[in-house]
Design a protein around this ligand. Structure first.
Ligand SMILES: [Zn+2]
Length: 287
Protein backbone atom coordinates (compact mmCIF):
# COMPACT_ATOMS: atom_id res chain seq x y z
CA UNK A 1 0.00 0.00 0.00
CA UNK A 2 1.44 3.40 -0.88
CA UNK A 3 2.22 5.39 2.25
CA UNK A 4 2.80 9.13 2.73
CA UNK A 5 6.42 9.07 1.45
CA UNK A 6 5.43 7.25 -1.74
CA UNK A 7 2.49 9.59 -2.30
CA UNK A 8 4.79 12.56 -1.79
CA UNK A 9 7.14 11.18 -4.44
CA UNK A 10 4.23 10.85 -6.86
CA UNK A 11 3.18 14.40 -6.00
CA UNK A 12 6.61 15.83 -6.71
CA UNK A 13 6.94 14.20 -10.10
CA UNK A 14 3.33 14.88 -11.09
CA UNK A 15 3.61 18.53 -10.10
CA UNK A 16 6.66 18.95 -12.34
CA UNK A 17 4.82 17.43 -15.27
CA UNK A 18 1.32 18.88 -15.13
CA UNK A 19 1.62 22.26 -13.36
CA UNK A 20 0.26 25.03 -15.62
CA UNK A 21 -0.72 22.45 -18.25
CA UNK A 22 -4.18 22.31 -19.73
CA UNK A 23 -6.31 19.15 -19.65
CA UNK A 24 -7.49 18.45 -23.19
CA UNK A 25 -9.60 15.43 -22.58
CA UNK A 26 -10.54 12.84 -19.96
CA UNK A 27 -11.28 9.23 -20.84
CA UNK A 28 -13.06 7.05 -18.29
CA UNK A 29 -12.49 3.41 -19.18
CA UNK A 30 -13.84 2.02 -15.92
CA UNK A 31 -15.97 4.21 -13.68
CA UNK A 32 -16.14 1.72 -10.82
CA UNK A 33 -13.43 2.94 -8.52
CA UNK A 34 -14.03 3.27 -4.76
CA UNK A 35 -16.07 6.39 -5.54
CA UNK A 36 -17.99 5.86 -8.76
CA UNK A 37 -16.91 8.24 -11.50
CA UNK A 38 -19.52 10.19 -13.47
CA UNK A 39 -19.49 12.11 -16.74
CA UNK A 40 -19.51 15.29 -14.63
CA UNK A 41 -15.96 14.37 -13.70
CA UNK A 42 -14.92 14.76 -17.34
CA UNK A 43 -16.44 18.25 -17.48
CA UNK A 44 -14.85 19.08 -14.15
CA UNK A 45 -11.34 18.55 -15.56
CA UNK A 46 -11.56 19.13 -19.29
CA UNK A 47 -10.13 22.43 -20.57
CA UNK A 48 -8.90 23.36 -17.10
CA UNK A 49 -5.37 24.48 -16.32
CA UNK A 50 -3.72 22.69 -13.41
CA UNK A 51 -2.47 25.26 -10.89
CA UNK A 52 -0.41 22.83 -8.83
CA UNK A 53 -0.36 19.38 -7.28
CA UNK A 54 -0.39 19.36 -3.52
CA UNK A 55 -0.85 16.64 -0.92
CA UNK A 56 -2.33 16.01 2.50
CA UNK A 57 -1.64 12.70 4.21
CA UNK A 58 -2.08 10.11 1.45
CA UNK A 59 -4.33 12.31 -0.72
CA UNK A 60 -3.05 14.07 -3.80
CA UNK A 61 -4.80 17.41 -4.28
CA UNK A 62 -4.90 18.84 -7.79
CA UNK A 63 -5.56 22.58 -7.62
CA UNK A 64 -7.85 23.76 -10.43
CA UNK A 65 -8.96 27.30 -11.26
CA UNK A 66 -11.74 29.02 -9.21
CA UNK A 67 -10.99 27.15 -5.98
CA UNK A 68 -11.90 23.74 -7.27
CA UNK A 69 -9.90 20.65 -6.47
CA UNK A 70 -9.55 17.08 -7.62
CA UNK A 71 -8.50 14.58 -4.97
CA UNK A 72 -6.71 11.40 -5.93
CA UNK A 73 -6.21 8.54 -3.49
CA UNK A 74 -4.14 5.58 -4.65
CA UNK A 75 -5.94 3.10 -2.39
CA UNK A 76 -4.15 -0.25 -2.07
CA UNK A 77 -2.63 -0.58 -5.53
CA UNK A 78 -3.08 2.62 -7.53
CA UNK A 79 -0.24 3.95 -9.70
CA UNK A 80 0.03 6.93 -12.00
CA UNK A 81 1.82 6.63 -15.31
CA UNK A 82 2.92 9.47 -17.58
CA UNK A 83 3.01 8.52 -21.24
CA UNK A 84 4.63 10.85 -23.78
CA UNK A 85 3.37 10.68 -27.35
CA UNK A 86 6.74 10.58 -29.03
CA UNK A 87 8.95 8.79 -26.56
CA UNK A 88 9.77 5.22 -25.80
CA UNK A 89 7.67 4.64 -22.78
CA UNK A 90 9.40 2.18 -20.55
CA UNK A 91 9.69 4.05 -17.25
CA UNK A 92 6.24 5.57 -16.98
CA UNK A 93 5.37 4.90 -13.35
CA UNK A 94 5.64 8.04 -11.20
CA UNK A 95 6.19 6.04 -8.04
CA UNK A 96 8.54 3.27 -7.09
CA UNK A 97 6.14 0.43 -6.53
CA UNK A 98 4.49 -1.99 -8.93
CA UNK A 99 5.34 -2.13 -12.61
CA UNK A 100 7.75 0.56 -13.88
CA UNK A 101 5.98 0.56 -17.25
CA UNK A 102 2.28 0.82 -18.03
CA UNK A 103 0.51 -2.52 -17.43
CA UNK A 104 -1.87 -3.73 -20.15
CA UNK A 105 -4.81 -4.19 -17.78
CA UNK A 106 -6.62 -2.00 -15.22
CA UNK A 107 -5.93 1.37 -16.84
CA UNK A 108 -9.14 3.02 -15.65
CA UNK A 109 -8.70 6.75 -16.19
CA UNK A 110 -6.75 8.75 -18.78
CA UNK A 111 -6.14 12.47 -18.52
CA UNK A 112 -4.83 13.82 -21.80
CA UNK A 113 -2.59 16.88 -22.14
CA UNK A 114 -0.93 18.39 -25.18
CA UNK A 115 1.86 15.92 -25.86
CA UNK A 116 1.40 13.41 -23.08
CA UNK A 117 -1.25 11.69 -21.00
CA UNK A 118 -1.62 10.51 -17.44
CA UNK A 119 -2.97 7.02 -16.90
CA UNK A 120 -4.41 5.84 -13.60
CA UNK A 121 -3.87 2.11 -13.09
CA UNK A 122 -5.41 0.25 -10.15
CA UNK A 123 -5.90 -3.55 -10.18
CA UNK A 124 -7.77 -3.63 -6.86
CA UNK A 125 -9.79 -0.44 -7.45
CA UNK A 126 -9.67 0.83 -3.85
CA UNK A 127 -8.33 4.15 -5.08
CA UNK A 128 -10.51 7.05 -6.16
CA UNK A 129 -10.87 10.48 -7.74
CA UNK A 130 -13.11 13.01 -6.03
CA UNK A 131 -14.35 16.41 -7.13
CA UNK A 132 -14.19 19.15 -4.48
CA UNK A 133 -15.98 22.34 -5.40
CA UNK A 134 -15.01 24.84 -2.71
CA UNK A 135 -12.13 25.55 -0.31
CA UNK A 136 -14.56 25.04 2.56
CA UNK A 137 -15.44 21.59 1.27
CA UNK A 138 -11.75 20.76 0.99
CA UNK A 139 -11.18 21.70 4.64
CA UNK A 140 -14.17 19.66 5.70
CA UNK A 141 -12.92 16.67 3.72
CA UNK A 142 -9.82 16.46 5.90
CA UNK A 143 -11.44 17.49 9.20
CA UNK A 144 -11.35 13.93 10.55
CA UNK A 145 -7.59 13.66 10.07
CA UNK A 146 -5.00 14.75 12.61
CA UNK A 147 -1.99 16.87 11.62
CA UNK A 148 0.96 15.46 9.71
CA UNK A 149 4.19 15.19 11.72
CA UNK A 150 5.58 18.07 9.60
CA UNK A 151 2.90 20.49 10.74
CA UNK A 152 3.48 22.85 13.65
CA UNK A 153 0.17 21.68 15.12
CA UNK A 154 1.87 18.34 15.85
CA UNK A 155 3.73 19.79 18.85
CA UNK A 156 4.53 18.75 22.40
CA UNK A 157 1.41 20.26 23.90
CA UNK A 158 -0.82 18.54 21.36
CA UNK A 159 0.82 15.12 21.78
CA UNK A 160 0.88 15.23 25.59
CA UNK A 161 -2.73 16.35 25.72
CA UNK A 162 -3.90 13.73 23.26
CA UNK A 163 -2.18 10.83 24.98
CA UNK A 164 -2.97 11.71 28.57
CA UNK A 165 -5.20 9.16 30.30
CA UNK A 166 -5.15 6.97 27.15
CA UNK A 167 -4.83 3.28 28.04
CA UNK A 168 -4.14 2.02 24.51
CA UNK A 169 -0.66 1.10 23.36
CA UNK A 170 1.46 3.86 21.86
CA UNK A 171 1.89 1.88 18.62
CA UNK A 172 -1.83 2.04 17.96
CA UNK A 173 -1.81 5.84 18.29
CA UNK A 174 0.91 6.23 15.69
CA UNK A 175 -1.39 4.41 13.25
CA UNK A 176 -4.48 6.35 14.35
CA UNK A 177 -5.06 8.91 11.60
CA UNK A 178 -7.21 11.05 13.91
CA UNK A 179 -4.13 11.59 16.08
CA UNK A 180 -1.47 11.93 13.38
CA UNK A 181 -1.78 11.61 9.62
CA UNK A 182 0.47 9.65 7.37
CA UNK A 183 2.48 7.31 9.60
CA UNK A 184 2.16 3.82 8.10
CA UNK A 185 2.89 0.51 9.79
CA UNK A 186 6.55 0.21 8.76
CA UNK A 187 7.30 3.74 9.84
CA UNK A 188 5.57 3.34 13.23
CA UNK A 189 7.97 0.53 14.22
CA UNK A 190 10.97 2.53 13.02
CA UNK A 191 9.90 5.69 14.90
CA UNK A 192 9.43 3.81 18.17
CA UNK A 193 12.81 2.12 17.82
CA UNK A 194 14.59 5.44 17.30
CA UNK A 195 12.64 6.88 20.25
CA UNK A 196 13.65 3.87 22.44
CA UNK A 197 10.00 3.34 23.34
CA UNK A 198 8.41 -0.10 23.56
CA UNK A 199 5.40 -0.29 21.22
CA UNK A 200 3.37 -2.03 23.95
CA UNK A 201 3.74 0.90 26.34
CA UNK A 202 0.44 2.46 27.36
CA UNK A 203 0.16 5.93 25.90
CA UNK A 204 -0.51 7.73 29.20
CA UNK A 205 2.84 6.50 30.57
CA UNK A 206 4.82 8.53 28.03
CA UNK A 207 6.60 11.52 29.53
CA UNK A 208 7.54 14.83 27.92
CA UNK A 209 10.89 13.51 26.74
CA UNK A 210 9.24 10.50 25.08
CA UNK A 211 6.71 12.71 23.30
CA UNK A 212 9.45 15.04 22.06
CA UNK A 213 11.32 12.07 20.62
CA UNK A 214 8.20 10.75 18.91
CA UNK A 215 7.65 14.13 17.26
CA UNK A 216 11.19 14.57 16.01
CA UNK A 217 11.71 10.96 14.89
CA UNK A 218 8.35 10.90 13.08
CA UNK A 219 9.56 13.82 10.99
CA UNK A 220 12.98 12.26 10.48
CA UNK A 221 11.71 8.83 9.43
CA UNK A 222 9.23 10.23 6.91
CA UNK A 223 11.70 12.72 5.45
CA UNK A 224 14.37 10.01 5.12
CA UNK A 225 11.87 7.76 3.36
CA UNK A 226 10.88 10.52 0.93
CA UNK A 227 14.54 11.23 0.19
CA UNK A 228 15.26 7.58 -0.39
CA UNK A 229 12.34 7.01 -2.69
CA UNK A 230 9.71 5.42 -0.49
CA UNK A 231 9.51 1.84 0.66
CA UNK A 232 6.12 0.64 1.69
CA UNK A 233 5.41 -2.60 -0.06
CA UNK A 234 7.19 -5.86 0.17
CA UNK A 235 8.07 -6.26 -3.48
CA UNK A 236 9.03 -2.64 -3.65
CA UNK A 237 11.46 -2.05 -6.45
CA UNK A 238 12.56 1.16 -8.05
CA UNK A 239 12.44 1.64 -11.75
CA UNK A 240 15.80 0.01 -12.34
CA UNK A 241 14.49 -3.12 -10.65
CA UNK A 242 16.55 -2.70 -7.50
CA UNK A 243 15.12 -2.78 -4.01
CA UNK A 244 14.28 0.66 -2.67
CA UNK A 245 16.79 2.69 -0.73
CA UNK A 246 14.90 3.09 2.50
CA UNK A 247 14.24 -0.63 2.85
CA UNK A 248 17.89 -1.46 3.39
CA UNK A 249 17.97 1.03 6.22
CA UNK A 250 15.20 -0.45 8.34
CA UNK A 251 16.34 -0.72 11.91
CA UNK A 252 13.65 -3.14 13.07
CA UNK A 253 11.04 -3.72 10.37
CA UNK A 254 11.14 -7.36 9.23
CA UNK A 255 14.34 -7.92 11.19
CA UNK A 256 12.81 -10.29 13.76
CA UNK A 257 15.34 -12.70 15.22
CA UNK A 258 18.28 -10.50 14.20
CA UNK A 259 20.59 -8.51 16.42
CA UNK A 260 19.61 -4.99 17.43
CA UNK A 261 21.44 -2.37 15.37
CA UNK A 262 21.85 0.01 18.28
CA UNK A 263 25.46 0.48 19.38
CA UNK A 264 26.30 -1.83 22.30
CA UNK A 265 22.75 -3.21 22.58
CA UNK A 266 22.68 -7.01 22.89
CA UNK A 267 18.95 -7.25 22.19
CA UNK A 268 17.22 -9.35 19.55
CA UNK A 269 14.45 -7.86 17.40
CA UNK A 270 11.01 -9.24 18.27
CA UNK A 271 7.88 -9.49 16.15
CA UNK A 272 4.48 -9.11 17.72
CA UNK A 273 1.00 -8.33 16.44
CA UNK A 274 -0.41 -5.11 17.86
CA UNK A 275 -3.80 -3.90 16.61
CA UNK A 276 -3.67 -6.57 13.93
CA UNK A 277 -0.47 -5.18 12.49
CA UNK A 278 2.99 -6.73 12.57
CA UNK A 279 5.16 -4.78 14.98
CA UNK A 280 8.93 -5.04 15.33
CA UNK A 281 10.98 -3.88 18.31
CA UNK A 282 14.06 -4.55 20.40
CA UNK A 283 13.18 -6.13 23.74
CA UNK A 284 16.25 -4.62 25.38
CA UNK A 285 16.68 -0.97 24.44
CA UNK A 286 13.02 -0.04 23.89
CA UNK A 287 11.46 0.56 27.30
ZN1 LIG B 1 18.28 -2.77 21.16
Amino acid sequence: MPELPEVEIVRQSLDKKIRQKKVKKVILRNKNLRIKLTNNFKKFLENKIINKVSRFSKYLIIFLPSNKFCLIHLGMSGTIHVIYDKKKNYLTNQSFYNSPSLPTKHNHVEIIFDNFRIVYNDPRRFGFFQMIKTTKELKKRFAHLGPEPFQSKFNLEYVLNYLKRKEKKIKSFLLDQAFVSGIGNIYASEILFLSKINPNKKAYLLNKKDCKKIISFSIKVLIDAIKKGGSSIKDFKNTSGKKGGFQKNFKVYERNGLNCKRFKCKGIIQKKTICNRATFFCNTCQK
